[in-house]
Design a protein. Structure first.
Length: 276
């Protein structure tokens, strides 16, 4: 039996992860900004559930939640940083407050929780950290630039982190889902500033996202099952793509990057200033 600490559990991937783990008999610390949204889990839990309020943007809230978890079960074997928010905006449209808000949750929030949990994992010389990223952490789209920016930042930090903690027995995995039937789109913030020149690019993306809820191809329960089984295999990949669309978009992006690299290879190599 492992002890799992999960953020953002009120809906979506977080909810499905909690339900799956409780059914397996695993110990779960389910957290959310509003603790009342976690009452749904008590009907299906035995003595293997601890629900805690947690605001990932607040250091004190993070430290208190992690301390409570350790006091209760003495360890955290798996951390899943799932809490996240979105922003629909062309790059020029977003103001500083909107940008800072999404970074506070998606990037700094994940870092705060990870930083609080790592001393306990280092003490045990064992643990798994799962960052719920996105295919948007590999490929950005018009209208989703700042959401992708948070996920690109998360992936860059995670790449360094995995190399730092692997010698300590701690594994890091990025989960990169495409479109799944969660409530994520319902909670998206839209920039207050709309510029007509971006109607055909960011504006088109806004309209597409507004109409997609409930029709996404991905089943979040299946994704949760995949994430859990991959962690439990003992040798998880660094990047785990989730969904056919995610695989296809990642393949296309890699092919385009390789083609561009090859096209500009001689120019890039010559930039060293060496004769060869």
């Amino acid at each position: 039996m492992k002890t799992w600490f999960i953020t953002g559990c009120s809906s979506g991937f977080g909810r499905e992860l909690v339900l799956n783990l409780l059914a397996r008999g695993e110990r779960v610390i389910a957290t959310a900004r509003r603790a009342e949204t976690l009452q749904q889990f008590h009907a299906v839990a035995r003595d293997n559930l601890l629900t805690l309020p947690l605001d990932v943007t607040d250091n004190t809230s993070v430290e208190q939640a992690v301390a409570h978890a350790i006091d209760t079960w003495d360890c955290i074997d798996v951390l899943i940083n799932n809490a996240g928010v979105g922003l629909r905006s062309a790059v020029e449209e977003a103001d500083d407050h909107e940008i800072q808000k999404i970074f506070q949750v998606n990037f700094f929030g994940a870092h705060r929780v990870t930083r609080a949990v790592l001393p306990h994992m280092r003490r045990e010389r064992n643990g798994d950290i799962v960052m719920i990223s996105s295919i948007g952490g590999r490929v950005s789209r018009p209208g989703s630039g700042f959401y992708s920016a948070t996920k690109f930042a998360l992936e860059g930090m995670s790449d360094a982190l995995r190399k730092e903690v692997l010698p300590l027995g701690i594994r890091v995995m990025l989960a990169e889902p495409s479109a799944f039937r969660t409530d994520f789109e319902l909670g998206l913030t839209e920039s207050r500033n709309i510029i007509d020149d971006y109607t055909a690019t960011a504006g088109q993306r806004r309209r597409a996202i507004s109409n997609i809820h409930g029709t996404q191809p991905g089943d979040p329960a299946a994704a949760a099952e995949t994430i859990i089984n991959t962690v439990l295999c003992g040798d998880p990949p660094f990047r785990l793509l989730l969904g056919k669309s995610a695989v296809e978009r990642a393949e296309q992006e890699l092919q385009e990057q390789l083609a561009e690299l090859d096209k500009w290879r001689l120019v890039s190599v010559a930039a060293d200033g060496t004769a060869d």
